[in-house]
Write a protein that binds this ligand. Structure first.
Ligand SMILES: [Zn+2]
Length: 309
């Protein structure tokens, strides 16, 4: 079976058209439906306010209706890659902890294991921002520049296409990019292999086109942390390492600036990867929290790093 080429103008147009049509729904549901806390926090990671029932209740608003076209997986599409075992079709209920990811497999170009740590040893931190670029990305970049901090931005393909200047600025100011799919499908692992491949490959292409020639996208982060052996292998086949996190600020749920700050101050350990969001809704709390966190991190001797690759 042939995978529709992400470069196919028809597929591209259809995909983008779908994204545009669904954008209000997807974006409206992106944050509440983005149960990142159920995702791949590092084993033993602390600092995640993850399992508070009140916070998770907002996950019940997950908009499955937002992606009917995306989830129409043809059963025959499975199994086309023998190296990628079919994922468990049962999605986690809201509030559950993430299942242990399948063991890493070797793949051309890298390992499919999820990275939970910064690249360098020592008192380092890798800040990551998901679901952008958006109107808030510029404010976050301003703050990062003020403190000489670097971060990694996990972008959604059509949003990168819509805001190429923001993507170029991310690169120009020394930050790095991560693929966060085309449509932010949740769950992702239940989609057909072809749809998952499209979500990953087309988003990387959109981000690359927005960033310009030579743009590198070194990581892939599944929406909601819904990694599977299948989508991790697809990512590696496209030159990207699956990226998790060790500190979940739950900023997408707008828990209050103090809560976001506390999640980092209490949960971060040297070498940690912090999950925040520069898109998917009103991110003013994230911006305000970052304004406190950057001086705190600096004062406490942290240096800003990228995730391991
Ligand atoms: Zn996301």
């Amino acid at each position: 079976m042939r995978i529709p080429s992400p470069r196919s103008p028809l597929v591209h147009a259809l995909g983008y058209g779908l994204a545009v049509l669904l954008a209000p729904v997807l974006l409206a549901g992106c944050s509440p439906a983005d149960p990142h806390a159920a995702g791949p926090a590092a084993p033993g990671a602390s600092g995640s306010a993850a399992a508070t029932p009140s916070a998770m209740s907002s996950s019940a608003a997950a908009p499955p209706a937002a992606s009917p076209a995306i989830t129409s997986a043809a059963p025959s599409a499975r199994g086309r890659t023998s190296a990628a075992p079919a994922p468990t079709p049962t999605p986690d209920p809201p509030g559950s902890t993430a299942p242990a990811p399948p063991p890493a497999a070797s793949a051309p170009g890298g390992t499919t294991s999820i990275v939970y740590r910064a690249a360098s040893a020592g008192r380092t931190v890798a800040l990551t921002f998901d679901d952008g670029p958006s109107q808030y990305t510029g404010q976050i970049l301003d703050l990062l520049a003020q403190y000489g901090a670097h971060a990694t931005f996990c972008q959604i393909g059509p949003q990168a296409s819509a805001r190429p200047a923001a993507v170029k600025r991310v690169l120009a100011e020394g930050h790095r990019l991560c693929d966060h799919t085309v449509h932010h499908p949740q769950p992702m692992h239940t989609l057909s292999h072809e749809r998952q491949a499209y979500e990953i490959a087309a988003a990387k292409e959109m981000i690359g086109e927005a960033g310009g020639p030579g743009t590198e996208v070194a990581w892939f982060r599944a929406p909601g942390g819904d990694f599977s052996a299948e989508n991790r292998l697809i990512a590696v086949q496209h030159g990207m390492r699956p990226l998790g996190w060790s500190v979940d600020t739950r900023d997408w749920s707008r828990p209050g600036v103090a809560s976001i700050v506390a999640a980092v101050q209490h949960g971060l350990r040297p070498g940690g990867v912090v999950l925040m969001h520069d898109g998917g809704g009103d991110r003013s709390q994230t911006v305000a929290a970052l304004r406190q966190l950057l001086p705190w991190l600096t004062t406490h001797g942290y240096t800003f790093d990228f995730p391991a690759t």
